[in-house]
Design a protein around this ligand. Structure first.
Ligand code: PLP
Length: 480
């Protein structure tokens, strides 16, 4: 399938094509990358080589064009190949390529912190930049522990997170995650003092006779009980993704859940760490996903990633509330954590250019508006399908959960790989979506995740949804 449509008529529509940089056409490229020296996640499957990418399109070495409807893993925000961002990166590289943050800073890093934090009404005071969401999570855990250590509350050593969550792949981030297939082999190496409470996943876990409010109250009681089991004075923090990404497929919490969580944490002076690595930086239709959880629901620490650099640079961050900064100021006056490449000037300048563009073009608002369009299309075209159990999400972040029975919500038998099959068919038809395994009680299920770049048009969304429906129909026919 060829997609020749122009993506948008936005003022940001300056996207590089292969000819911009004098690349040869893909057909003329001589070296086919079929013999991979890279250690990929799978030793058996050979990923396609992407030869160039522009706007919402990926062009493969074979010459095929694919719509990137999941932004990789919800990374690409402003689309690929933006020349303004290229120029900013090059200019930074020429001015200052590296300095160590122990002794220096750069305008790129400071301006990036300012563009994210300035004017926020939540008391978020400082930003700390690293190279990945996992590193950001590790830094957040250490920061939270150090805060209490310096206050003299050294007995605080427990972390409480949620089942069916994913916070990253480093030892710390994996320890707080509960993505069991990724975690189990490494269990002897993981951190102690971590427990997991139930996710806020109403589709699978709200009981039929419960109202949403009763479900929220049950979850709140469970959290409170867990804090008491550990001794609230021994707990450092509770961690959660405001909209759960990879593990369950774009699941927002029921209304009132984060209000209840915030109140319980406040009651015991336990910190609330929100992981917005996947759902943050505009993707759900507000700069921070937590902003949609109601007034006063403010975390003490937030991690951000993916959308921050929009895929143009490996950058993630930790945003820190004044309360924590003041705690450190009153103590040692330092954050006892540092990495050689933290706040790397190239990454910061690149992310700054992305964020300037997001702001100037009103792309967060656009995400919200186009999210309404995408939701309508998904519900209209897929809502009644036999194996579509749930459609949920916000902004440019939507999950479709597939189940064997709409009434029972029972998962497909293991090995059928319904979601992966839909993903493969959609790819064959020219659209990349992200498969995953929504889970109930440890039984692997199926979902796909849609996370298009914020610049998609209504026409793009119609194409994406049509392909997803065609892919779904083909898989339904195969297994019926
Ligand atoms: N937190 C969440 C919610 C994520 O989805 C991810 C990655 O998918 C991470 C943390 C880890 O980020 P990274 O892969 O950049 O280390």
């Amino acid at each position: 399938m060829a997609f020749g449509d122009k993506t948008s008529n936005l003022a940001i529509d300056h996207y590089a094509t292969p000819s911009t940089y004098g690349f040869q056409s893909t057909a003329a490229q001589t070296k086919q990358h079929t013999d991979h020296a890279m250690l990929h996640r799978s030793l058996t499957c050979k990923p396609d080589t992407v030869s160039h990418a522009s706007s919402i399109y990926l062009t493969l070495e074979s010459g095929r064009t694919i719509i990137d409807a999941c932004g990789g893993a919800a990374v690409t925000s402003i689309g690929h190949g933006n020349e303004e961002v290229h120029a900013a990166a090059l200019s930074q590289m020429k001015r200052v390529s590296y300095v160590h943050t122990g002794a220096y800073t750069t305008t790129a890093a400071e301006d990036l912190a300012h563009i994210i934090l300035d004017g926020n009404p939540y008391g978020l005071e400082k930003a700390f930049f690293v190279g990945s969401g996992s590193e950001a999570m590790d830094a957040a855990l250490k920061l939270a522990r150090q805060y209490f250590y310096e206050k003299g509350e050294k007995e605080r050593r427990f972390l409480v997170a949620r089942k069916q969550s994913y916070h990253g792949n480093t030892i710390g981030a994996m320890s707080v995650s509960s993505n069991l297939p990724r975690k189990i082999p490494y269990e002897p190496l993981l951190l102690p003092n971590i427990s997991h409470v139930s996710p806020a996943y109403a589709y699978q876990y709200k009981l039929d006779f419960e109202t949403e409010a009763q479900y929220v109250s049950r979850l709140a009681t469970e959290l409170d009980t867990e804090f008491h089991r550990l001794g609230p004075q021994n707990v450092i923090a509770f961690l959660a993704e405001p909209v759960v990404g990879a593990t369950t497929g774009c699941v927002p919490a029921p209304p009132g859940y984060f209000r209840a969580v915030r109140d319980i944490c406040t009651k015991y002076d336990i910190l609330l760490i929100l992981d917005e690595v996947m759902c943050g930086m505009g993707r759900t239709g507000s700069l921070f996903a937590f902003e949609q959880e109601g007034e006063g629901v403010v975390p003490d620490i937030i991690t951000i990633g993916k959308g921050l650099g929009g895929g143009y640079a490996p950058i993630a961050g930790v945003l820190v509330h004044k309360k924590i900064v003041d705690g450190l100021r009153a103590g040692t006056g330092m954050f006892n954590h540092g990495q050689t490449y933290q706040a790397h000037p190239l990454n910061c300048a690149t992310a700054l250019a992305v964020q300037k563009l997001v702001k100037r073009e009103g792309l967060v608002g656009r995400c919200k508006r186009m999210g309404v369009v995408l939701e309508r299309m998904l519900r209209d075209k897929l809502g009644d399908k036999m194996y579509v159990g749930d459609i949920r999400g916000r902004g440019m972040f939507w999950g479709i959960e597939f189940v064997r029975g709409k009434g029972t919500k029972e998962a497909f038998e293991p090995g059928l790989e319904f979601g992966v099959r839909v993903q493969r068919k959609a790819f064959d038809l020219g659209v990349a979506v992200y498969p995953g395994s929504a889970t109930r009680d440890g039984i692997k299920g199926d979902h796909i995740l849609l996370a298009p770049p914020y610049i998609v048009t209504e026409g793009d969304l119609a194409t994406i949804v049509k392909v997803v429906v065609d892919a779904y129909d083909a898989v339904e026919r195969e297994i019926r």
